[in-house]
Design a binder for this molecule. Sequence first.
Ligand code: CUA
Length: 317
Amino acid sequence: MFNAVSHFFSQLFASYSPEAYEINNLFLDYLVLAGIIVALVTGLVIVGAIRFRSKKRPEEPPQIFGNKKLEITWTLIPFLILVFFFVLTLRAMIEINTPVGNDPKPDIIIIAHQWWWDMRYPGYKIITANELHIPVGKKLLMAVKSADVIHDWWVPDLGRKIDAIPGRTNYTWIEADSAGTYLGTCAEFCGAEHAWMRIKVIAQTPYEFNQWVNNQKQIPSQPNDSTAILGQMLFQKETCGDCHAIAGTPANAHVGPDLTHIASRTTILSGRLTNTRENLMSWLANPQKVKPGAHMPDFRFNKNQLNELVTYLEGLK
Ligand code: CUA
C-alpha cells in the first residue's frame, strides 16, 4: 500500500527534462505553502472556536473596533507571499521560455491534425506520425502548428503544454534527460476523437536514435511477396495516395499520416491501437467503427483485399 502510494506520487511529480523540473518544482512550492496556510487558518479557527466558546456569561464579550497593527500585518503578509510567488513564477517562466530569433530553424515540426500528429525532422527530411523519436540529453527546438482546429501538445514528463493554432507557429523546447518512452496527449478539446490523439515520445541514446534516423531516411524496398505486390497495386489503384505518402511510390500527399515506415511504429491511429496485423485489418475494414469521426473513408474492402493491403503495409518497416 505504502509502496503504491509513494510510487503514485513519485510518478506524479516525475520530471525528465529541465523544463518539467522547473514546472514541477514551482507546483510543489505552491502546494507546500498553500498547505501551511490551510493548516494555519484551520488551526486558528478551531482554537478560536474552542477557547472562545459561550461560557453562559450574561454580559456581552468585549467589542473591539479596529486594530491598525493587526490590519497592517494581515495585509502585509499576504502581499509578501504573493510577491514571493510572483518572483518564483517569473523565474520558472524565464527558465522554460523559448526565445527564437527572426528565422528559427526548428529541429522538429509538429503539425496537429484531427486526430493525429504529423511529425517532421527538416534536418533529416524525415516525416513520421504520432511517435516522436528524440536523442537523449539534447535540447531540440520544436515548432508546433495546426492543420485544422486548435490542439495542444502535452507530454507532462517532458515539460510544458504548447498550443497548436491554425495559421500560427508556436515554439517550445523538447528534451529528455533519460532514455525511455514518455506518453502525452492532445490537451485541447478538438472534436470527436480528441481523446485518441495520443503522443508517444521515444527518447533514445544517440546511437539508437541515429539508427532510427537512418532507417527512416531509407526508401522502403519494393515488395516481392505476391500478396504484398497485390496490396501495393490496390493502394495505388484506390485513392489512398490522395491522402497518404509512401516514399518511392507516386503516393505523396500529407492529408493523412505518412505511411513510408508505418510498420516501424508501435501503434496506429495516434495511439488508438497497437500496430498489429489484426488491428490494421479491423481499421481498414471499418474505420468509423474503430475511430468514429476519423477522416479515413470506408473503402468496403473485401477479405482478400484487406489481407493484401495489410501485407503490403506491414512490409513498410
Ligand atoms: Cu487535438 Cu484535442
